[in-house]
Ligand binder design. Structure first.
Ligand code: ZN
Length: 66
């Protein structure tokens, strides 16, 4: 078990991928997973909620302009 930037419990590893590697939670970044074989970043699982809200706040003014 690992913890994301918001302190939520997340799986330390995910299922093995086609490349043969296992996605391991990126504790340094605080979100997302990184393949232990090819170091590919796996999506944005566990992305900090604060950052998602920032994205929302940044995009909403332009949406209103449209
Ligand atoms: Zn891989």
């Amino acid at each position: 078990m690992a913890f994301d930037a918001d302190g939520n419990r997340v799986p330390a590893t995910l299922k093995q991928m086609a490349c043969g590697g296992v996605p391991v939670f990126d504790n340094q970044a605080g979100y997302g997973y990184r393949c232990d074989q090819c170091f590919a970043v796996i999506g944005s699982v566990g992305q900090p909620r604060s950052r998602q809200e920032m994205n929302k706040a940044a995009s909403s003014p332009s949406e209103k302009e449209l």
